[in-house]
Ligand binder design. Sequence first.
Ligand SMILES: [Zn+2]
Length: 466
Amino acid sequence: MSVYLVLDGSNDVVSAPIAQASSVKNACDALRRAAGLQATPRATLRLYSPAGTLVPIGPNTAPNTSDSPYRLVSKPDPQKKRGAVESVEAVSAVLSQVDDMKKSVALVRFKIEQIEKYSGPLSKDRPLLKPATRRANKVFQSMQLPINLPKHSISNEVFEQMKAPTFDIWMFRESELIHLMMHMFAEFDLIKTFQIDEQTLYTFLWVVKSTYNRNPFHNFQHCFCVTQMMYALLHVTSVHKRLTSLEKLALIVAAIGHDMDHPGFNNAYQINACTDLATTYNDMSPLENHHAAVLFTILNRPETNILGNLSAADYKEARKIIILCILATDMAKHGEIMSKFKGFAENFSYEDANHRQALFQILIKCSDISNEVRPKHVSEPWVDNLLEEFFSQSDREKLEGLPTAPFMDREKVTKPSAQVGFIGFVMIPLFELASKVLPDMEEPVLQPIRKALDYYKSCLDSTKKA
Ligand SMILES: [Zn+2]
């Protein structure tokens, strides 16, 4: 890459291959060659931006375009002393170092913010507490419990609409989403069956809401969408009639907790940046392990323990299914879970515990990536939110010198290209596989996905033509 410049007093734009220089001295030599100043090797060089600010000369000089060239000023050394060239090179080198230091300070500041945001203020006891305990403590400290259960004014019509994937989440405030979630427990008769205290359930859902961070995508609304889609899938396929109450309870609680305290940076980032979570879980699904650990840390508190009246055997079984489901949402496990279920799908038997567990994993995976099952006005904002979260991770990775993924890079991804790949290669195979076991998926679930694929393909085609 070259930088473009004009020699002071001239209008001719020339380019200098400065990025190939290995040192400040080489960069100065490249500028001299480009500007025809080889005869004055000891002259002082200064590079100015069009705005008139001094630009450090070196291999890292910021690239520009020929439309806005730098201005190169060459002043003969008045004292004609040896070392003048070296001095300008030294100044440039210092400016370049200052630039690097600014980036390092910004990075340290970001890391401290991340730790404080997600794990509480730095303190002596930090290393002694697991990240999940720190997060739960912080949430409980920030809330005045219990939160009294108020009356709601949500109509039965809305409750009915929740049984379909067409449900419009954007119509409701977060406090209303909590009442809608409570209704799912009531409608499946879980409150009565497992003697769940409604006040405890209400407090639990508020604590859950506070534990989700305000990320562009992985936030409380996403938690609600996944839970509602789980509820809708159980209804449209009528599979809820084949499951036990305990299994329905576990599936709903797993969906509610499946992304708790998501930091907005994925597993690859956690592992590459050697974060607390990656260290705690030895790089094995650090996020999903953390989500499950935060959920159970909150369930262990008496104010929010909605599983407190389960028998020991039921609690053990519910915990097993919840953990199994949350860990299944790690997309790194996608291929493994798909092939296992493919093996069971031909001769699926509800009598076989392994088959049932594999179905639970498929159900939560479908729910987790189900936005394109929804009508376009509901699903499309989620694409923007996800890309915003991806781009901000990729920007951060570039700043930290970590590996980046092309699908998260704002330079390489567009909304239609992201969606065509994801819907075609991930969503459709997953939902088609699920439909081999779950009945009645075609019209309410598969057709909207295929329609979304056609829509994004047409967007992609029109971008190519333009
Ligand atoms: Zn999720």
